[in-house]
Design a protein around this ligand. Structure first.
Ligand SMILES: NC(=O)c1ccc[n+]([C@@H]2O[C@H](COP(=O)([O-])OP(=O)(O)OC[C@H]3O[C@@H](n4cnc5c(N)ncnc54)[C@H](OP(=O)(O)O)[C@@H]3O)[C@@H](O)[C@H]2O)c1
Length: 245
């Protein structure tokens, strides 16, 4: 039986494209998030596209009480489960600079909420002895930049968490894919200017499923971001700290 994906951040532009593609592959989807009507609409669409199972469920990265219900639901499903994390938030860095309390929410949405959920569901994945975890991080996590260093720091934490989770779950046959997108045309980037190599969500999703099928560990998507970030990581700190990238 094909896997059922628990998709955290199911209203995300990228997650919607991911769910549609999963449905076309004959895989099940649970769209999890905060906006139930929106999630239900995507679930209905996925059912029409061939998902053997499609439903909406409540998930709030800042409310751990929502995690246990979702995990119980996942346990009650027939067949294997997989998890894809698309949750994230990126307030403007200037807003965070003016109100440092915003940092807590950014870290919860991009790192600690998803990490807490994945840690809680890890034993279920270990018991089933297979399945996949897709964690969407960001190239922003590779180096702290002037324009989004709190978001970048949260993503860096998530990357490191996923690396350790891959080490743990790999021993039980569960594969963990870390996805580092560059700039993508979604609600998160709407209205922002200066977006190099802007990609469409469908491109990111096609790269993600290729990585899932080939059991890749870490991907940059689109691939151009791999050389770009390699160069950016190599810039010496005395020079990097004066740059406006
Ligand atoms: N767009 C880019 O250029 C880009 C680049 C690199 C990485 N990413 C990452 O890609 C992922 C998907 O983002 P996107 O570009 O598709 O943007 P998006 O459409 O804004 O999606 C963000 C998602 O996160 C959800 N979310 C935020 N806070 C949450 C919370 N506390 N609890 C539950 N859900 C929460 C939102 O749900 P609501 O609808 O309820 O707000 C939404 O579903 C994110 O992790 C983002 O950081 C994006």
């Amino acid at each position: 039986m094909k896997t059922t994906w628990i998709i955290l951040g199911g209203t995300s532009t990228m997650a919607r494209a991911f769910a549609r593609k999963a449905a076309e592959r004959g895989e099940g989807v649970i769209l999890a998030g905060r906006e139930m009507d929106d999630l239900k609409a995507t679930a209905t669409d996925c059912g029409l596209r061939g998902a053997p199972h499609a439903e909406a469920a409540a998930f709030d990265a800042r409310d751990a009480d929502t995690f246990s219900k979702l995990i119980s639901r996942a346990k009650s499903l027939e067949g294997s489960i997989s998890v894809a994390v698309f949750v994230g938030s990126m307030p403007p860095q200037e807003a965070i600079d003016a109100d440092p309390s915003l940092i807590d929410g950014v870290v919860m949405d991009n790192f600690t909420g998803p990490a807490r959920f994945l840690t809680a569901i890890a034993p279920v994945l270990e018991d089933q002895g297979g399945g996949t975890v897709v964690g969407v991080g960001s190239v922003a996590g590779d180096r702290g930049r002037l324009g989004n260093y709190v978001y970048g720091a949260a993503k860096a934490g998530f990357h490191t968490y996923l690396s350790g989770l891959r080490n743990r779950l790999g021993r039980s046959g569960v594969h963990v894919v870390t996805v580092k997108p560059g700039t993508v045309d979604t609600a998160m980037t709407w209205g922002l200017d200066k977006l190099p190599f802007l990609a469409q969500p469908e491109k990111i999703v096609s790269d993600i499923f290729r990585a899932v099928d080939k059991k890749k560990n870490v991907i940059y998507t689109p691939l151009i971001w791999w050389p770009v970030m390699t160069v950016i990581r190599l810039i010496p700190e005395p020079i990097f700290k004066k740059m406006q990238i």
